[in-house]
Structure formats: structure tokens, C-alpha cells
Design a protein around this ligand. Sequence first.
Ligand SMILES: [Zn+2]
Length: 151
Amino acid sequence: MSPRIKVLRKVSNPPVIKGFKPYGQESGKKNSEIVNLLYEEYEAIRLSDYDMLNHHQASVMMGVSRPTFTRIYASALHKTAKAFVEGKQISIEGGKVYFDSEWYHCEKCVCYFNNPEKEKPVENCPLCNSERVDKFDYENTVESNTDTKHK
Ligand SMILES: [Zn+2]
């Protein structure tokens, strides 16, 4: 287990969605520009406005200083407001983050699961018991921005 790089921001779990699409726009006026919300910006909104933490608590959760948190949060709000007002899509991806839990991917039943006991390596899929499990490397996914992983 290598130590985590300090500049990465901690995100508890990947968002359940990849983004939002506006609806109800007049046809022909569709705005194809996409606002890209980074994972850490998503997390800042989640901690602050969903979990109702104050900025100090939220910064501790993400492993960043309070001014850094405030900057991430301000950027997140600005982007969200821009998407709302201008009717733009939001995509949630990218950013300098790592996820709190270790995630694995089963090649047989194509499920994702995490490992709550970090000391014990995962050998079997908890659903189908297959041994074809792979560590799902979010850091690489985030950095290279590709969804495919080859073994
Ligand atoms: Zn499986």
C-alpha cells in the first residue's frame, strides 16, 4: 500500500450519476455546451449542502485546507448556477481526487463492489463468487479520462 499523494482530494464515493441534462428548452435553441463539474466540486456541494456540514468540517472530510475547500465550493456553485441559468448540461467527471473506499470490478457478473476490510485482499466477487475480480482504479480512470480498462 503506497501512501496517498497529498494533492489529491478525498471523495467518499463516486457520484451515482454522470451528470444532468436540462429539459423544456425551446427547440432550436438547444445549448450543446457542457459544464464540467469536477469530482471534488461535486463532493464540496454534497458535504456542504446535502450533508449540511460547515466548511471547516467539509474541508477535513476532503483532506484540504479550509481556503482550498472554499475555493472548490465557490467554483462548484458558480458552475452549477451557470448551468441552471444558461440551460447547459452538467457532466461530473475529472479532478484530482481519490475515493475513500477501494473499489473492485467483477468481470463475470460485471458488478462493482468495495472492500470494507482493507487489510484483507479481495479474492472473490461477493455476488457470484467468481475469482475474476479486478481492482478498479479510479485514480487512473480520472487521470486518463477513459472508461475502458484492459487487463
Ligand atoms: Zn461477480
